[in-house]
Structures are given as structure tokens and as C-alpha cells.
Design a protein around this ligand. Structure first.
Ligand SMILES: *[C@@H]1O[C@H](CO)[C@@H](O)[C@H](O)[C@H]1NC(C)=O
Ligand SMILES: *[C@@H]1O[C@H](CO)[C@@H](O)[C@H](O)[C@H]1NC(C)=O
Ligand SMILES: *[C@@H]1O[C@H](CO)[C@@H](O)[C@H](O)[C@H]1NC(C)=O
Ligand SMILES: *[C@@H]1O[C@H](CO)[C@@H](O)[C@H](O)[C@H]1NC(C)=O
Ligand SMILES: *[C@@H]1O[C@H](CO)[C@@H](O)[C@H](O)[C@H]1NC(C)=O
Ligand SMILES: *[C@@H]1O[C@H](CO)[C@@H](O)[C@H](O)[C@H]1NC(C)=O
Ligand SMILES: [Cu+2]
Length: 636
């Protein structure tokens, strides 16, 4: 592009305070579905058991099972993948070639979803198929090195494909995290199978997709056998990776391949098969986008206790701990879960709370034909009662199940959950069986029923903000969203209770949502006497490690009631280091005179929705604008 024109565009954009030429997303409307708040509703059938799920478009949930004898068939074998339409509650089977049994997944910065690793070909009963000359009765080639790719679609035209290049090393139970440039790091796993890992099959390395060469050794995975599968991993705003495995915790600098050990995990094992509920809490202006990760529940077993113990009888833990690894190496306790849980799913709601559901009160993830198992299940006593965590509530009062009814469906091993754009929660899966297994005598049978849960705000009129851009960048100028009288319930003072949040709902499997993140954008407002208002909204902080590139949902939340989420692209939709600019200061918040609860003279509310106070004069804007201009000229 002509550099003068580009500079002019930048210049004029800062003059008007909006992004010139920015394409807007369609404004959100009202939910098309109705539901009873505080309750689960059974809405459909997933065709295959939902061991792994993700939201690919605003309407489509993609479901991946392990290879098993599902009655739904596709081509020459039982199906183990499906696409579920949230609006119609109909599903179509999808063909996935290789064995997806306990793969990992996430979404790349260019919007392609990856499903990584798996297990060897199997036959009836989940037993290994050892004949190398064929793929067995299920026709499922070895999936341990597979990288499966999907570009989600709304017209039922998209299919899974296999990447041209496989993983360097076969991985069963790998973790997939996305990095600042939108590429994936793939961590750990095992070569074969089993309840927990062992030295004979450990894969204590990480590698990348697209490939950056041979796998790199990760010593924490040597030290944390046998409970080191699906190591719990988050990219931190510092650019380090937090890796939590068995009782250890470390910071991994993947640029230098160095580990910095942090404190050991208190109270319980949190990784699979203890499977605590885990989540990175919201990154907000008020906490300066500092990451805090919370782990709740799990199982207190030492490395030598996983075998030879009747695990199904062991009560799950209630302990909740938090760590802010960029700030401190130590864990602190938070309010314990009301009931012990293994396999809790933690889901970010747009109102800033965390919804906790699924799992069991005794036992763990996993299955096997042990005399003490319930059928094959290593978990028992499903916890049907959901509970909500409010990080803003006083200590001692953060967990609440007020107004929440229990589910009627136990969700044990291999169950999943994620947030939908309308703010309800999609729940499916549960199959602690080595193969498809149903019937009146099977207590914990292969579950296909899909539920939705409707949080407290579900039936409120939703805000319909206008002006949401299709792309959100890192730093640079802010954008304006307009809110009507109805959006603000007739009172523009509600602008100071309005937040703009971006949620990536993540890849849900094994009580984790890989990539799940909640980031609040900085904002200020201008309120008008006629009850309408404008929100001035910053782009993301100038740091892609706060929220990596790729698709996500944007919600505008007025007094706890979220708009329907709009799909936005974080970054430019391509792999590679995204453009990062200095953040232009927001205008200060102001409320026009004569607004309903304010009389008299014009007042500048000190109501910027943030703990950070920018210098907010036009002079500062002008200086930032000039700096950007010079940077652009220099870079060309
Ligand atoms: C995203 O990048 C991956 C890795 O290079 C590639 O396989 C995939 O086709 C890309 N997707 C799009 C939509 O370009
Ligand atoms: C457990 O028993 C079932 C039923 O007999 C069988 O199909 C399955 O293969 C067994 N699982 C294992 C892991 O041996
Ligand atoms: C997708 O897969 C289905 C089922 O195998 C097949 O019928 C369809 O032709 C495929 N679509 C494309 C675009 O390849
Ligand atoms: C917020 O975090 C940024 C990046 O880590 C840091 O430069 C800045 O000083 C912090 N601001 C405050 C107010 O703590
Ligand atoms: C919002 O503004 C109103 C009117 O100025 C004020 O009474 C209220 O305290 C403010 N609320 C918050 C959360 O700042
Ligand atoms: C409300 O007032 C603002 C500022 O005067 C104006 O821009 C906007 O069009 C008005 N909206 C309505 C619905 O009257
Ligand atoms: Cu599994």
C-alpha cells in the first residue's frame, strides 16, 4: 500500500477516534431459543459420544469421540465425529480417518481447528488391533501422530482432513496451547495407552505445529510420572508457559527451553486422571491483565497409589487453590468447592462468573475391567448440582448454587461443556466404557444426550450494541459502540456497569477447555440525556500473549446481562507475529446533564471502567497519533 495513504488513514482514524475502513460485524440480536433460567434442558442427540467438543461457528459445535461402535455410520465404519447445529439441534456425522482417542485440540490464529494425537487402531471392546496389514473392523488407522484440520462452516460443506506432515512423535493425551503467533505447541503424552503414564511410554517432550523441528525435552514430565498426561498448560501474559503436572509446577520459556520451578501443588493432584476443574480467571483492566489460574478438586494420591488402589471409592477433594505465576511462585487457597469433585468443567460466563458442572464425588477419570469398577467406570456418584464461582464476592461466599437446579444426567469420564454465543452452556458426553455400551444393566452407559443450561440472565432483554468490528487488534485506536435506551434500560448511568469482554470458549475434553480465556477490554463512555450512550472500547492490550490470535466471541455486558456473543477475529486471521501498536488513550467518561439520576450541570464522571487512569486529554491523543504516524513512516 502507498505509505502516504496508509499514514493518512492512521492519522484520520485517530482524529475521529474510530478505525477508518474497519468492517463491522452484524449487530447481535436476541436469543432465538427460549429456556428456563437456572435449569438444564435436554435438547438433542450428538450421534457420537462427546469426548471432545468445540464451537466452530456461532451455530456449530463439533463433536469428536474415540473410535467405538457407535450405531451411526459413515462411509465404511462407525462414526466418531459429528457436527451439531445449536439452532436446529440436528447433527450430521463426519468422517475422521484416524483414531482420535484422547487427542488434544485448539484453534490456530488463522481460524483452522487442530485435533492432535490419538491412539493406535482398535477393535471391538476397545482392544488394540495389532495386524499391521489392515485397519481392523472399525477401519481406524493409527492416530498417534495425526494432525487433523477443520475449517468450520455453516453450510455443512466442511470436512476433516489430515495435515500433510504428521507429528514427529506419537502422542496419546497431549496438551495443545496456542502461542503469540497463532501457531500451536503440543506437549507431552504417552506412546500407547493405560490409566496413567509410565517410564516405558512417556513422551516428555514438546513440538510445534507447523513444525519447528525435532521435539524438545521437557524435564518436568520425567519428574512427574505417572500422573503427567494432558499437562495443564497456559500461555501467560509474560510469554512463559505455566505447566502443571502431578505435584509439580514450572514456568517454561519455550524460546530458550528453560524451566523455572514454582511451588508444588497443594492438597491434591489436579491433572488427569484426578482431573480438577481448572481455569485462567478473567484478565481485566482492574487486574492489569494479570493471569491467575485456579484449580479446584481432584484427587489426593501419591505416585505409587494409582495402581493397586480402589480409586472409585476415594472421595474427590474440595480444595481450591490459585496461582498468579507472573507475580508469585506460590499458591494461595480460595474458597473450597461445596462438594468434592473430580472432572469438574469450569466455564467462563460473560457476566464474569465461572460456571462449574459435571464430574463425580468419588473416584477419578479413566476406566478398566477391575472388580471394584462400576461397570468399567473409575468414577462414581456423579455430582448433578452445578455451582457458580463469583471472583468478585467476598472470601467465604464465592461459591453459590442459589437458583440453580441439578441436571438429571450424570456426566462422568469423557464428558464436555462449553459456552454458547447466547450465553447458555452446552453440555454433552460421558462414556466410562472401552466401547459403545448401552442397556438397562449398564449404569454409566454411552451418553449421547445434549443439554443446555440457562444462566440467570438468559431471559433478560439482551443489549444490541452497534459498531462491533469484525477484527480486534493489539493496541492502536479505540472503537465506539452505541447503546440504545433499551440496551441501557432507559438509564445511561448503566454505562458505568457495562463491560466489553472477549471469550474464547476453547476445546473441551477431559474437564479442560484448552485455550479457554476471558479478557475484558478497557472502555470508557459518553452518556446522553436521552438515555442512550456510546462506549469507547480499546483494542486488546499490546501483547498477543494476553489473548492469542484466532476467532473468539465478543460480548457487551450491561449490568450483568450479556449481549448475544458476536464472532470476532483476534489479530489479522493469519499465522505469524501480529501487528502490535501503542494503545491510544480513551476519552474520559462523561455523562450529559439531565440524565435521569443526575440533575444540573454537566459532569465528568470518574467512571472509566478500569483501574488504570490514562492521561486522557486530546493532547495526549495527538501525541500518540504523531508517534504512530512516525512509526508507520519509519516501518515503510
Ligand atoms: C492455517 O494454517 C495451517 C498451518 O499452516 C494450515 O494447514 C491451514 O490450512 C491454514 N488455514 C487457513 C484457513 O489458511
Ligand atoms: C472389558 O470387558 C469388556 C466386556 O467383556 C471387553 O469388551 C473389553 O475389551 C474389556 N476391556 C479391557 C480394557 O480389557
Ligand atoms: C464431506 O464428507 C462427506 C462424507 O464423507 C462427503 O459426502 C462429502 O462429499 C464431503 N464434502 C467435500 C466438500 O469433500
Ligand atoms: C500493567 O502491566 C504492564 C505490562 O506487564 C506493566 O508495564 C504496567 O506497569 C502495569 N501497570 C500497572 C498499573 O501495574
Ligand atoms: C454509576 O453512576 C451513578 C450516577 O453517577 C452513580 O450513582 C453510581 O455510583 C455509579 N456506579 C458505579 C459502579 O460507578
Ligand atoms: C441522543 O442524544 C445524542 C447526543 O445528542 C444523539 O447523538 C442521539 O442521536 C440521540 N439519540 C436518540 C435516540 O435520540
Ligand atoms: Cu480419555
Amino acid at each position: 500500500m502507498d505509505s502516504t495513504l496508509f499514514s493518512l488513514a492512521i492519522f484520520s482514524s485517530f482524529i475521529v477516534g474510530g478505525v477508518v475502513g474497519q468492517s463491522l460485524a452484524e449487530a447481535p440480536g436476541q436469543p432465538t431459543h427460549s429456556g428456563t433460567t437456572g435449569q438444564f434442558e435436554i435438547v438433542g442427540d450428538s450421534l457420537v459420544s462427546a469426548q471432545q467438543i468445540f464451537l466452530g461457528t456461532v451455530d456449530k459445535v463439533y463433536v469428536i469421540d474415540k473410535v467405538e461402535n457407535n450405531p451411526t455410520r459413515i462411509n465404511d465404519h462407525p462414526a466418531w465425529a459429528a457436527e451439531y447445529s445449536v439452532s436446529t439441534n440436528k447433527a450430521r456425522a463426519m468422517d475422521v480417518r484416524t483414531n482420535t482417542f484422547c487427542a488434544g485440540g485448539n484453534v490456530l490464529g488463522n481460524g483452522t481447528w487442530v485435533n492432535v494425537g490419538g491412539n493406535q487402531p482398535i477393535t471391538f471392546g476397545g482392544l488394540n488391533w495389532d495386524d499391521p496389514n489392515s485397519n481392523g473392523p472399525y477401519n481406524d488407522p493409527d492416530g498417534r501422530k495425526s494432525i487433523r484440520l477443520l475449517n468450520p462452516c455453516d453450510d455443512e460443506s466442511c470436512n476433516w482432513s489430515e495435515a500433510e506432515r504428521e507429528l514427529h512423535t506419537g502422542r496419546w493425551y497431549p496438551t495443545v496451547e496456542i502461542l503469540e503467533d497463532g501457531t500451536a505447541i503440543i506437549i507431552g503424552g504417552a506412546a500407547n495407552g493405560g490409566y496413567v503414564n509410565d517410564a516405558g511410554q512417556d513422551v516428555p517432550t514438546y513440538e510445534f505445529f507447523p513444525s519447528r523441528g525435532d521435539p524438545v525435552h521437557l524435564p518436568i514430565l520425567d519428574r512427574t510420572l505417572p500422573a503427567n498426561l494432558y499437562p495443564l498448560t497456559w500461555l501467560l501474559p509474560s510469554g512463559q508457559l505455566l505447566v502443571q503436572s502431578n505435584w509439580e509446577t514450572t514456568l517454561l520459556d519455550y524460546h530458550t527451553n528453560e524451566e523455572t520451578p514454582l511451588d508444588n501443588m497443594p492438597d491434591a493432584v489436579r491433572v488427569y486422571p484426578a482431573s480438577a476443574g481448572t481455569i485462567m480467571l478473567g484478565l481485566t483492566p482492574a487486574n492489569n491483565w494479570t493471569a491467575t489460574i485456579m484449580f479446584c478438586g481432584g484427587t489426593n494420591l501419591q505416585p505409587d497409589q494409582w495402581y493397586g488402589t480402589q480409586v472409585v471409592k476415594i472421595p474427590a477433594e474440595t480444595s481450591c487453590v490459585k496461582i498468579s505465576p507472573d507475580v508469585s511462585p506460590s499458591y494461595t487457597h480460595d474458597d473450597p468447592l461445596p462438594v468434592g469433585r473430580s472432572m469438574a468443567n469450569f466455564i467462563h460466563l460473560p457476566n464474569g462468573k465461572v460456571f462449574c458442572l459435571n464430574g463425580v464425588e468419588t473416584g477419578t477419570a479413566g476406566y478398566g475391567n477391575d472388580t471394584w469398577a462400576i461397570g468399567e467406570s473409575y468414577g462414581d456418584n456423579p455430582v448433578l448440582q452445578p455451582v457458580v464461582y463469583d471472583p468478585a464476592a467476598p472470601k467465604g461466599q464465592r461459591w453459590s448454587s442459589d437458583g440453580l437446579s441439578p441436571s438429571t444426567i450424570g456426566r462422568l469420564y469423557h464428558s464436555t461443556a462449553l459456552l454458547l454465543p447466547d450465553g447458555s452452556v452446552f453440555v454433552s458426553g460421558s462414556n466410562p466404557n472401552s466401547d459403545y455400551n448401552v442397556g438397562p444393566d449398564v449404569k454409566y452407559f454411552t451418553e449421547y444426550r445434549v443439554e443446555r443450561f440457562y444462566p440467570s440472565y438468559y431471559n433478560e432483554r439482551r443489549p444490541e450494541p452497534k459498531g462491533i468490528p469484525q477484527k480486534i487488534g493489539y493496541g492502536g485506536s479505540y472503537f465506539d459502540l452505541t447503546l440504545s435506551q433499551d440496551d441501557l434500560s432507559g438509564d445511561s448511568n448503566n454505562l458505568n456497569k457495562t463491560t466489553v469482554v472477549i471469550i474464547r470458549t476453547g476445546f473441551s475434553t477431559h474437564a479442560m477447555n484448552m485455550g479457554q480465556r476471558y479478557v475484558q477490554l478497557d472502555s470508557s463512555y459518553t452518556g446522553y440525556a436521552n438515555g442512550t450512550g456510546v462506549l469507547h472500547v480499546s483494542q486488546l492490550p499490546p501483547n498477543p500473549a494476553v489473548l492469542v490470535p484466532g476467532p473468539a466471541l465478543l460480548f457487551v455486558v450491561v449490568d450483568g446481562v450479556p449481549s448475544v456473543g458476536v464472532e470476532v477475529m483476534i489479530g489479522n486471521g493469519q499465522l505469524g507475529a501480529p501487528e502490535v501498536q501503542q494503545t491510544l488513550a480513551l476519552p474520559s467518561s462523561s455523562m450529559e446533564s439531565g440524565t435521569s439520576s443526575q440533575q444540573g450541570h454537566e459532569e465528568s464522571a470518574d467512571g472509566k471502567n478500569s483501574a488504570i487512569r490514562p492521561s486522557n486529554s486530546m493532547t495526549a491523543l495527538y501525541v500518540f497519533g504523531l508517534i504512530s504516524l512516525f512509526r508507520v513512516i519509519r516501518d515503510f
